[in-house]
Ligand binder design. Structure first.
Ligand code: KG4
Ligand code: ZN
Length: 404
């Protein structure tokens, strides 16, 4: 069964001192955000000052963990079963009636087709019923802009998005103006972490049974030796900002197979060296991310794309990882940049980031639809203008970096 995580995120509410019911007479513009692009049904009501008025989030993680991965038809059914409850919960928490919303913003790309469809159909019914404008949202744009709900970050900034389904480096020049420097040519890091965690049978580990793959790897890695496995660095011969995680994943699967033979256990049991493998894999993922990001920073400096003291913004589910954050902090310290990451609850998928993207667009007057006749969801959708070929041609060599 899916688990209803929370009505309102108390920690976030305390963090921003946000939840208050105010009279409509003085109320700023408010947007309802709806997220169903993958396996989380999320909704939130956010106002134009970034106040989170109400939020609900239903994770399907437990169901998919038991199934050994996300089954799109199951995800679709769970979104269908829960979307009305989640949206109503967010609206009720906000103290605002649906008729007083300024707009409805919903993820329409990229993501799982069956999951995106549920959010879109539900949202189109809602905007029709209440005669509201509709704001279609690009999921990765929403991850990139979440930071601006918390910090007054000016454009342009460099953004690294690392999640279950995506991995990319881009320059954010405006709310819908991105230069794509590089992206994964195969797997996303979250997906690889999930697969290696499954191959390690961490669902059977007493401390990790309810954790996502990435969380389980991070948790176990604290107790492991990151030098246990030989370190390999993907794409080290390619002087671009693209990523690759499938080779790493295969290499670690081979190590697991070998250690199962050594320990004489069947595939499905937890290895005694699981923590060492988790630590080595986490380090390899982090090291690869750092090296590609280092080149992106050098490229932006060389081409004068960013101001001297620009920020590196990191988001997406994998950005919740404390070890990866620490390595990125080390990188930005060395490169004279500031690092900004939203808190983990805002790095993983949620309705708040979608509502906030709706606010950003409402304020800019960009992409607000009063006629939703032509709107479709798009499972695959690039972010911004792809300049990865220009990055590759620049062929920046990476000087050594002292990684603590
Ligand atoms: O952004 P997200 O919620 O969904 C997508 O848009 O893909 O990211 C989910 C991914 C999962 O693969 C999960 O294993 C990973 O984020 N993740 C983590 C951590 N928490 C979640 N990866 C590494 N360390 C974590 N602490
Ligand atoms: Zn995401």
């Amino acid at each position: 069964m899916a688990r209803f995580i929370c009505n309102m995120r108390t920690s976030l509410a305390i963090y921003k001192g946000l939840i208050s019911l105010r009279s409509m007479a003085t109320y700023p513009r408010v947007v309802l955000g709806i997220e169903t692009s993958c396996d989380d049904t999320g909704a939130a009501v956010v106002d134009e000052h970034g106040k989170i008025l109400g939020e609900a989030l239903l994770s399907q993680k437990d169901v998919h963990l038991k199934a050994g991965g996300i089954i799109p038809t199951v995800a679709q059914q769970l979104h269908r079963d829960n979307i009305d409850r989640v949206v109503n919960e967010a609206i009720i928490c906000s103290g605002i009636s649906a008729s007083n919303l300024s707009a409805v913003a919903t993820t329409v790309k990229p993501g799982l087709a069956l999951s995106l469809g549920v959010g879109l159909i539900y949202s189109l019914d809602l905007v029709k019923q209440y005669n509201k404008p509709f704001i279609p949202i690009h999921h990765m744009e929403a991850h990139a802009l979440t930071v601006r709900l918390l910090h007054p970050v000016e454009f342009p900034f460099l953004v690294l998005l690392i999640s279950g389904g995506h991995c990319l480096l881009a320059v954010a020049n405006g709310i819908s103006d991105f230069l794509l420097l590089g992206q994964s040519i195969d797997e996303a890091p979250g997906n690889s972490l999930d697969k290696v965690s499954r191959r390690l049978s961490l669902i059977k580990h007493p401390e990790c049974s309810c954790m996502s793959g990435g969380q389980a790897i991070e948790h176990l890695a604290q107790f492991g030796d990151k030098t246990f496995c030989k370190q390999i660095l993907p794409l080290s011969k390619y002087q671009d900002c693209n990523f690759s995680f499938s080779g790493l994943q295969n290499y670690f699967n081979c190590v697991i197979q070998k250690m199962e033979d050594v320990e004489g256990i069947e595939n499905g049991a937890v290895l005694s060296c699981a923590a060492d493998i988790a630590a080595s894999f986490q380090h390899a993922v982090a090291h690869h991310i750092i090296k590609r990001t280092q080149r992106a920073i050098l490229f932006c400096k060389q081409e004068n794309i960013l101001p001297i003291n620009a920020s590196l913004v990191v988001s997406g589910g994998v950005a919740s990882n404390g070890y990866i954050r620490k390595m990125l902090q080390n990188l930005t310290d060395c490169m004279g940049m500031s690092l900004l990451c939203p808190p983990p609850q805002l790095c993983t998928d949620n309705g708040i980031m979608i509502a906030w993207n709706g606010i950003e667009r409402l304020r800019a007057g960009a992409g607000i639809l009063n006629d939703t006749f032509d709107i479709r969801y798009e499972p695959r959708a690039p972010l911004g203008t792809d300049i990865s070929e220009q990055v590759r041609k620049t062929a920046i060599k990476l000087p050594p970096l002292k990684i603590k």
